[in-house]
Design a protein around this ligand. Structure first.
Ligand SMILES: NC(=O)c1ccc[n+]([C@@H]2O[C@H](COP(=O)([O-])OP(=O)(O)OC[C@H]3O[C@@H](n4cnc5c(N)ncnc54)[C@H](OP(=O)(O)O)[C@@H]3O)[C@@H](O)[C@H]2O)c1
Length: 334
């Protein structure tokens, strides 16, 4: 079928920083096995936090190097195995398999691909980034309506979807971000209170404007932001630990302070961890609902406008996301 080679990014060793761990390798494009399809990836999502932690050996369920990198990709089917009935050459598909993202081509079991209308970065952003936002809010955060919901890193890939889902559920939504341009995006998305943490003090705003506290926090940042969010939880408030992006580029901070139950107990509040791979059973329903919201114009998808082209650009894209400059989802185009 295709007599070409393709490039992919692998972790060749564990290392403190992403760049020192990785290598680009070139391989022939394989023919599909009977139950496989071959996909030409057009866009892949950048998950800089996961990429950095996996390359450091800090993701507990990951094997030792070498291993393939990247997760979600959207592309076009270029070859179909003999036993595959549901796909044909030219179909647009999304895949969310670990190791399937940072590569130009992938051969994959057809059951792991999802057919979509078109191979765009917007559709890619919904899976699994949007799915993560939905499952974290609904299943872990037990999102209700008419509550106060706080989203940190609200203008990021995951955060901007969380903001809209919390609004669609009928909540008052506070979003934090680090620039006025990001604040503009949040305004467009209907965020009720936008806090630029570089010009306003998050703790002061919450204490003054939300004296009864925050019912649900979608927390992506960590460190002092996490502490402030815990301090401002309402009675029976829930904080979902979605990530801790402020620590990904550096070593984990060691803190000495009274145990967290002193803060939670008197408010019957809770802090809950979220990790998408441990909530797999909710993915299909969440994905279908998100696509429906998107196609009926009830949900907007923001893709960061900084262009990253090719496998070679991935380290720069990872660095860019960790620098905190991005607005919306960071993607690389192949
Ligand atoms: N648990 C899961 O299964 C799961 C799944 C998907 C994503 N996540 C997590 O969700 C979070 C967002 O991920 P994403 O890929 O969508 O990234 P992102 O939100 O698009 O980008 C990260 C954003 O974090 C903000 N940030 C705040 N403080 C920062 C700091 N000290 N250093 C760097 N950035 C800082 C920046 O925006 P502002 O400065 O404007 O705040 C930056 O744009 C991450 O923690 C990620 O690990 C978790």
């Amino acid at each position: 079928m295709i007599s070409k080679t393709y490039k992919k990014l692998i972790a060749k060793q564990f290392a403190q920083d992403f760049k020192s761990a990785i290598e680009i390798i070139e391989l022939p494009i394989s023919e599909p096995a009977p139950d496989e399809i071959v996909i030409r990836n057009k866009f892949a999502g950048i998950n800089a936090g996961f990429d950095t932690l996996i390359c450091r050996g800090e993701v507990p369920y990951v094997i030792t190097p070498p291993f393939d990198l990247g997760v979600e990709a959207v592309g076009e089917v270029v070859a179909v195995g003999d036993d595959v009935k549901d796909f044909q050459v030219g179909d647009a598909v999304v895949t969310t398999v670990r190791g399937g993202g940072y590569r130009e081509y992938q051969a994959i079991n057809a059951n792991l691909a999802i057919k979509v209308r078109e191979a765009t970065p917007e559709v890619l952003t919904l899976m699994p980034t949007g799915v993560s936002a939905m499952v974290a809010l609904e299943q872990v955060g037990e999102m209700k309506s008419q509550e106060v919901v706080l989203v940190t890193a609200a203008a990021g890939g995951t955060g901007h979807i969380a903001v809209q889902l919390a609004k669609l559920a009928g909540n008052h939504v506070i979003g934090t971000c680090g620039s006025d341009a990001k604040g503009e995006l949040l305004r467009d998305l209907g965020c009720d209170r936008i806090i630029n943490y570089r010009t306003q003090n998050l703790n002061q705003v919450l204490k003054q404007e939300y004296p009864n506290g925050v019912n649900l926090v979608f927390e992506c940042v960590g460190k002092q932001v996490f502490d402030t969010c815990v301090d401002n939880l309402a009675v029976r408030g829930r904080l979902v630990v979605v990530g801790f992006v402020s620590e990904y580029a550096k070593n984990i901070e060691q803190v000495t302070q009274p145990r967290i139950y002193h803060k939670l107990f008197w408010k019957a509040a809770s802090v809950r961890g979220f990790l998408m791979p441990l909530y797999k059973e909710y993915m299909v329903e969440a994905r279908d609902r998100l696509l429906n919201l998107f196609y009926t114009d009830k949900l907007k998808v923001a893709v960061d406008s900084t262009p990253f082209h090719g496998i070679e650009s991935i380290p720069a894209a990872v660095e860019y996301l960790l620098s905190g400059q991005n607005c919306g989802k960071v993607v690389v185009r192949f």
